[in-house]
Design a protein. Sequence first.
Length: 397
Amino acid sequence: MNIHEYQAKALLRAAGAPVAEGRAVLRAEEAKAAAGQLDGPIWVVKAQIHAGGRGKGRFIEADAGEKGGVRIARSVEEAEMEARRMLGRTLVTKQTGEAGKTVNRIYIEEGSEIARELYVALLLDRASARIAFVVSQDGGMDIEEVAHATPERVLTLTVDPVTGYQPFHGRRIAYALGLTGAQVKQCVALMGTLYRLFVERDMEMLEINPLVVTAAGNLLCLDAKMGFDNNALWRQPEIAALRDESEEDPKELAASKFDLNYIALDGEIGCMVNGAGLAMATMDIIKLYGAEPANFLDVGGGATKEKVTEAFKIITSDPNVKGILVNIFGGIMRCDIIAEGIIAAVREVGLKVPLVVRLEGTNVDLGKRIIADSGLNVIAADDLDDAAAKIVKAVRG
Ligand code: GDP
Ligand code: MN
């Protein structure tokens, strides 16, 4: 689960990290008063969406020369005007995809004078099974681009969980970032705070881009992005309360309510599969046959008729889906239950695209017979290869 910048900054502030004063607003009418509670002479008005790249993003139907989602205001009136201009509109950035995201919240912050923009992130490095700091002097811009073009300008430092964070980690990071004097001490303290927050709050990702050196020579977290481990949210009620469902893919949200393991993708073949491994293999073989999967979906081992129906609804609600491939290996799950679920789902939600079904395992003959006797226009497949060939042919001709 991700949270907004202003929420992440509140967590940072409470933990003692340096962040500017700011106020979040939901309506433009609140913006002037919010800015009035902050010190000028410059305010930064920032669109709050769960995606980065806002500064360089563009609004749909933007006027010529119009700024992106991070704007400078020189008076409280201007702050209100910028908030009004952004609220309710759709912002497209490198991370939102073509459709963009609607701006429903605005964060107004005291403006800072920037001397240098740095990059700091913490993430889980699964290869070393440790938390890793990833830092670079080239903050503010596209870090993927920096890592690609000049990998030597990115330092990765992992922390042994037995010792935890130690001041020498912070000093190494400070030197890599080219910090001097009092900044080194600030860096050692800040990195310790970030590490502690990361562990205490069950984060998967914490990114400060940019971490700036201000004109006065102090470190300041100018942007903040946090992602949390969904499996730990039960013990993080304060974090779970920060969830903004309007930022999530409605299909993924519906799936999570029915305990379905669903991830939306941008291809044209909807997949319904049991087991994460089989789901991955199914996506692979669709690609092998030259098409693209529209989703990852693992209905799980104990899929009921209701769950299968819900999965079907979610898949068919995606306008990009031009065909559906059901690939079930009946182990604990019996193929006849799955067949009945599929038929019930199709009867309920209708079927406007080709459907290929491959069943294997317990009660497979009964399952196949139920589908054959249903009178539905279902293409039966014998194995994974056959199934992929048939659905791709049905969709692409
Ligand atoms: P992002 O584009 O979504 O990553 O949004 P950021 O919060 O990182 O802001 C983008 C850029 O706006 C930063 O890299 C800064 O260059 C600039 N910016 C943000 N806040 C301030 C500020 O207080 N003062 C100044 N001068 N620039 C700012
Ligand atoms: Mn940023």
